[in-house]
Design a binder for this molecule. Structure first.
Ligand code: CAO
Length: 413
């Protein structure tokens, strides 16, 4: 038994945001039917290819546990098959450019008419407003959702982050909306429209920065490095690696940093653990010195404090720092490279990093289901080949061999 057993998803997603959402639903047990353009499929099958002629990691890592049907809903028999899919499924998910599904001949009103229980979920770049017709990719969402203006080094250019908060983040938001809509349908008996704009998803993850924008009206932001100079502008500034909460933190070098770009650790000088930290780095003197022994006193000398901490961390590897400071309850975290994460045994043991076998590409690593349900454990299965399940799905929908042959001849599947 899986949490979403029996739920059928009509998956009209491509690239990253939509596929992230439907992959999560598939890991929860839903039957996800991915509709792809005949002969071409999701564009990511061929993007950023590492091996010639096989589905890219971009595609395989975002489309596990799905079935693939090739279908052009704009063709005559494609329209009929698509209508049957709408009748049959519980949820339709799409993330095409604004209006694309309408242009296929399936506006929301028509979908509701065909299946009033249908939950129709979409990712778009923006919600209703001046930009609603725009196409949007990850970094555009990071820029328009407030992440880029608040990320980066102080007084340098805005930066985008490697975490795909616009694409995967919005897919995650959408999945939660779909599950809620499925739950509401149990009592209402009706489907509904679920939408999440990438700008809104990113802004939701930047909530604390809108908090800071309003705090700024009442005085300088004490936890920002700019407190040392007192120079704040009209908007929340970039804060380098400063901690977003009320406890000062920074990234400091560790032994080997000269040759290893990831020999760094994050250290948080949490007030509750400050005495243990000061003692560990050989600065017991700070505990009796009024210039250091109160959090407010330290605020104007954070640069100096982290420079002293760094002198100590540079004598240790990032893992030695972790092993010494963690038992002292000092919050600390090594900067792990993707190589280290890929090789970390505990992540393999929990299924967060999994090895998957694929018929044409062979074995590869993927990120498994990050949310663990005790009664609905996720089992990661390889992504489908293009159109691998076309006939199987058409037969399940009740189409006979003659109709399938005719649809093929028309180029509809
Ligand atoms: N059969 C036939 N045609 C199909 C099809 C199928 N199975 N599936 C899609 N198509 C067609 C659509 O009908 C559409 O055609 P029209 O524009 O003529 O109506 C076209 O393929 C797809 O259009 P698109 O504009 O969505 O694709 P794109 O590659 O130009 O744009 C993207 C990509 C991501 C910028 C755009 O889809 C978008 O803005 N999506 C919403 C925001 C989003 O999710 N962004 C995240 C991207 S990364 O995760």
């Amino acid at each position: 038994m899986k949490a979403l057993d029996g739920v059928k998803i009509l998956d009209m997603t491509h690239v990253q945001s939509g596929p992230t959402c439907t992959q999560l639903l598939a890991w929860l047990g839903a039957d996800v039917i991915k509709v792809e353009r005949p002969g071409a499929g999701d564009a990511t099958r061929g993007q950023l290819r590492d091996k010639p002629g096989v589905d890219s990691l971009y595609f395989t890592m975002l489309n596990h546990n799905k079935r693939s049907i090739t279908l052009n809903p704009k063709s005559k028999s494609g329209n009929r098959i698509f209508t049957r899919l709408i009748e049959e499924c519980d949820v339709m998910v799409e993330n095409f450019a604004p209006g694309a599904i309408d242009r296929m001949g399936f506006p929301w009103e028509k979908i509701q008419e065909i299946n009033p229980r249908m939950i129709y979920a979409s990712v778009k770049g923006f919600g209703p407003g001046p930009y609603e017709d725009c196409k949007v990719y990850e970094n555009v969402a990071q820029c328009t959702g407030g992440a880029a203006s608040t990320t980066g080094e102080i007084d340098r250019v805005p930066l985008v982050t490697g975490a795909q908060i616009g694409d995967s983040g919005t897919g995650l938001h959408l999945a939660f909306g779909i599950v809620a809509a499925l739950y509401q349908r149990n009592t209402s008996g009706r489907g509904q429209r679920v939408t999440c704009a990438m700008q809104d998803g990113v802004l939701n993850l930047c909530r604390v920065k809108l908090r800071d924008q309003q705090r700024l009206a009442h005085g300088p932001l004490t936890e920002y490095p700019q407190i040392a100079t007192g120079k704040f502008g009209v908007a929340v500034p970039r804060a380098g690696n400063a901690s977003g909460g009320g406890q000062p933190g920074w990234i400091v070098k560790c032994k080997g940093w000269e040759t290893d770009p990831d020999s760094y650790t994050y250290v948080i000088a949490q007030a509750a653990a400050f005495s243990a930290l000061a003692k560990a780095i050989g600065h017991e003197d700070w505990l009796t010195d009024p210039a250091w022994n109160k959090p407010e006193a330290r605020l104007t000398r954070l640069d100096e404090m982290f420079a002293e901490i760094e002198k100590w961390t540079m004598t240790k590897t990032k893992f030695e720092v972790m092993n010494i400071l963690n038992p002292l309850d000092v919050p600390v975290g090594p900067i792990l490279s993707m190589k280290e994460i890929a090789e970390e045994p505990s992540l393999r043991a929990t299924g967060t990093v999994v090895e998957v076998d694929h018929p044409t590409r062979g074995k590869y690593l993927s990120v498994g289901m990050p949310v663990k349900l005790s009664d609905s454990p996720a089992e990661v299965k390889r992504s489908p080949l293009l159109g691998e399940h076309t006939e199987e799905i058409l037969h399940q929908l009740g189409f006979g061999d003659n109709e399938i042959t005719a649809a093929k001849a028309e180029g509809a599947i």
